[in-house]
Design a binder for this molecule. Structure first.
Ligand code: HEC
Ligand SMILES: [Cu+2]
Length: 440
């Protein structure tokens, strides 16, 4: 004790002995022992360290480049450029933090006031030092700022066109339309001969060709994000935002809506399949070509068109030309959507009356195009692996898989039974599944 510069005895304010009621339990424990009172061990610093360590560990786990949606396992020039920007900004800031905090800590510990120390010499102004700490941050911020702006320019579609020229190819234009809660992909000119292709939730692209995306929304704000290929871009109603990316490697890339957009927002996923050019062109050529149906699938088609009423929302065997979300049309769809939602909030008796008198507003809802469903790997916008079992589950009760989805909410077959399951027989379901699985 005597060696410590600050012993309890000569500390100016001795809380433990000087103040506090003598009956406090801590004091009782201390005075009961024979040894001199020792400073109390607190668990708090340890707990804080443990929490910080845990957070760091979690953050570090997120850096695993092999994780499905890791922005560290980048592919293609856009994602690579963005990762470089991130790393340079991060490590510059880490260096500044360590230098400034290190100097601060060093000064605070090395020059701390000891008992009996006189007032240190007082300095006012140190011109070289002040010039240094003004100029260094200014240069740093200007350099990082200007470079960031140049990176932004590289994310513009103009750069995609330049990159395409450099690679001796042409950019591919794709529109992504965000819907609550799935993605529509429209290729205005999928193969260079003007063929329109509309699909949903799974996007097929050729590798090593810049893909220029136009992003539109049918309802609320979404955000288009393929972590390994490009950073997020907002999808805003009545606007058409643009971005581009390029995949260098054949494979599947995960995508996700990254803007809270309602109850099923977290289930608004999608996939990007990057393939060699011939394979991509074969998909485009086959899209919408009539295929030979099995006897069971032919029965399923009748359910699709008849009892199931699926065709009121879904297209099979063709691209959607009616779902055009162009300027003007977009506003019309928005208004329809808003009017219908307002109507849904009316009291049930009034809605019933509207239905009886034919005053129900039109429900202009788009639905995923099912033309190439049999070639896809998922249903429910990336939620479940696609197979006969999950497809059947989806048609029987989509709400069971994806609570809040618009198919359960609006399709007539889910409104008649008290358990809100599809009003279809088991045989009808089997036939429907066969029909849809043969769409390829
Ligand atoms: C009122 C419009 C509507 C009707 C009628 C309708 N659906 Fe849907 N369907 C939707 C919507 C909207 C979605 C997207 C749901 C989601 O993922 O949030 C969907 C999704 C699907 C999907 C999953 C597609 C994918 O890529 O994830 C399948 C399969 C499907 N519907 C089949 C059917 C069948 C079969 C019927 C008839 C029994 C039917 N639908 C009737 C609106 C409808
Ligand atoms: Cu969304």
């Amino acid at each position: 004790m005597g060696l410590m510069p600050f012993s309890e005895e000569d500390s100016p304010v001795n809380i433990r002995e000087g103040s506090g009621p003598a009956t406090s339990p801590r004091c009782t424990v201390n005075s009961a022992s024979d040894s001199p009172p020792r400073p109390r061990r607190s668990w708090r610093p340890l707990a804080i360290l443990a929490v910080l360590g845990g957070v760091l560990l979690l953050a570090a786990l997120g850096c695993d480049p092999d994780a499905p949606q890791s922005t560290f396992g980048v592919n293609g020039p856009v994602a690579r450029e963005q990762l470089l920007l991130f790393n340079v900004l991060l490590w510059t800031m880490v260096a500044v933090f360590v230098l400034v905090e290190g100097a601060l800590l060093y000064a605070a510990i090395r020059f701390r006031r000891r008992p009996g120390d006189p007032l240190p010499p007082q300095t006012h102004g140190h011109t070289p030092l002040e010039i240094a700490w003004t100029i260094i941050p200014t240069i740093l911020i200007l350099a990082l700022g200007i470079w960031s702006v140049f990176v932004l320019f590289k994310l513009e579609p103009g750069e995609a066109i330049a990159q395409a020229q450099a690679r001796g190819t042409e950019p591919l234009y794709v529109e992504a339309v965000g819907h609550q809660w799935w993605w529509e992909f429209r290729y205005p000119d999928a193969d260079g001969s003007g063929k329109l292709v509309t699909t949903a939730n799974e996007m097929r692209i050729p590798v090593n060709r810049p893909i220029i995306m136009t992003l539109k929304s049918d309802d609320v704000i979404h955000s288009f994000w393929i972590p390994k290929l490009a950073g997020k871009q907002d999808v805003v109603p009545t606007r058409a935002n643009q971005m581009w990316f390029l995949a260098e490697d054949v494979g599947m890339y995960y995508g996700q809506c990254a803007e809270f957009c309602g109850v099923a927002h977290a289930q608004m996923k999608f996939r990007v399949h990057a393939m060699e050019d011939p394979e991509y062109l074969a998909w485009v050529a086959g899209f919408g070509q009539p295929n030979e149906l099995s006897a069971q699938a032919a029965r399923g088609q009748l359910v699709f068109l008849g009892d199931g009423q699926c065709v009121t929302c879904h297209t099979v065997g063709a691209s959607d030309t009616v779902n055009e979300v162009g300027d003007g049309v977009q506003q019309g769809r928005m208004n329809t959507y808003l009017a219908y939602n307002k109507w849904l909030n009316k009291p049930a008796e009034e809605r019933l009356e509207d239905v009886r008198t034919g005053n129900e507003p039109p429900a202009a809802f788009a639905a995923p195009n099912l033309t190439d469903l049999g070639l896809r790997t998922t249903i429910g916008s990336g939620l479940l692996d696609l197979n006969r079992e999950t497809l059947r589950q989806w048609i029987r009760d989509p709400d069971d898989i994806k609570p809040g989805n618009r198919m359960s909410e609006l399709a007539a077959i889910y409104q008649t039974r008290t358990d809100h399951r599809a009003d279809l027989s088991e045989d009808q379901l089997t036939d429907l599944v066969a029909y849809l699985m043969e769409q390829r």
